[in-house]
Design a protein around this ligand. Structure first.
Ligand code: C5P
Length: 244
């Protein structure tokens, strides 16, 4: 299936970054739906390659083999047209790629420069037509440094672990809840200290702290940021096409 779409004039490219369980995927998908943009969750690409590597026992110490696996994964639209499903060799593995074994291995896999390079052009091609919210770790810094709007979602590790535990039906105060917090901290550490494209807010990103926020408030904050930039762009004569 072709992941790309024809260009939509006047629609922005929005980079949405943040650590694991900061709400990027759910907030990004809801905000995109509200403004009529496409949504793309790039973490799914890294998760799918990791899942495939585990299934085939391919070690992260073979970067070229890892790079090859990237050709076998593709993003696919869900019922609402968001690129929030992942296919491996044409089969939907969206649920599999969110399992704890993938959580534990994905940061090591996504630190492989050859793999990141293989996925870079695909992500850029997806964003090229505009009208997209693209969520990830390095979208504003590396993938789309010229994005029209960059948003970075922040939340404490404790708050993010609590959300993830609740998603999985686990008591955040139980030993299983504590394990979720540990795993999240480990992933934060690996993602933010890797040599290539570490998790980092772009200097020109709007930082939105989601600690204690209601989900809808964070979605509103992102939607408002998008509408602000759209309005500003529409009033710039050279961009709106009006003559001076
Ligand atoms: O966003 P999510 O938690 O699903 O991402 C899974 C992993 O994929 C992250 O922990 C990170 O290692 C990697 N990732 C990345 N760059 C992106 C998106 C995700 O390195 N743009």
């Amino acid at each position: 299936m072709d992941e790309t779409k024809p260009a939509v004039p006047g629609r922005l490219v929005v980079a949405l970054d943040g650590p694991g369980s900061s709400g990027k995927s759910s907030v990004g998908a809801a905000a995109a739906l509200e403004v009529g943009y496409r949504f793309c969750d790039t973490g799914l690409l890294y998760r799918a390659v990791t899942w495939l590597a585990l299934a085939r026992s391919v070690s992260a110490s073979y970067p070229h083999a890892m790079r090859g696996l990237a050709d076998e994964v593709e993003l696919a639209p869900d019922a609402e047209g968001r690129l929030a499903r992942v296919l491996v060799d044409g089969v939907d593995h969206t649920d599999d790629v969110h399992k704890p074994d993938v959580d534990a291995a994905v940061s090591a896999v996504s630190a492989i420069p050859e793999l990141r390079l293989a996925l870079l052009d695909r992500q850029r091609a997806l964003a090229e037509p505009g009208g997209i919210v693209m969520a990830g770790r390095d979208i504003g810094t590396v993938v789309l440094p010229d994005a029209d709007l960059k948003v970075f979602l922040e939340a404490s590790a404790e708050e993010r672990a609590r959300r993830r535990a609740e998603e999985r039906g686990v008591d955040p105060k139980s030993p299983a809840g504590a394990a979720i917090l540990d795993a999240l901290r480990r992933r934060d550490e690996l993602d933010s200290t890797r040599a290539v494209a570490p998790l980092r807010a772009a200097p020109d990103a709007r930082i939105i702290s989601t600690d204690g926020n209601r989900f809808e408030d964070t979605v509103d904050a992102v939607v408002n940021a998008i509408r602000d930039v759209e309005a500003r762009r529409a009033s710039e004569p050279e961009r709106s096409g009006a003559s001076a």
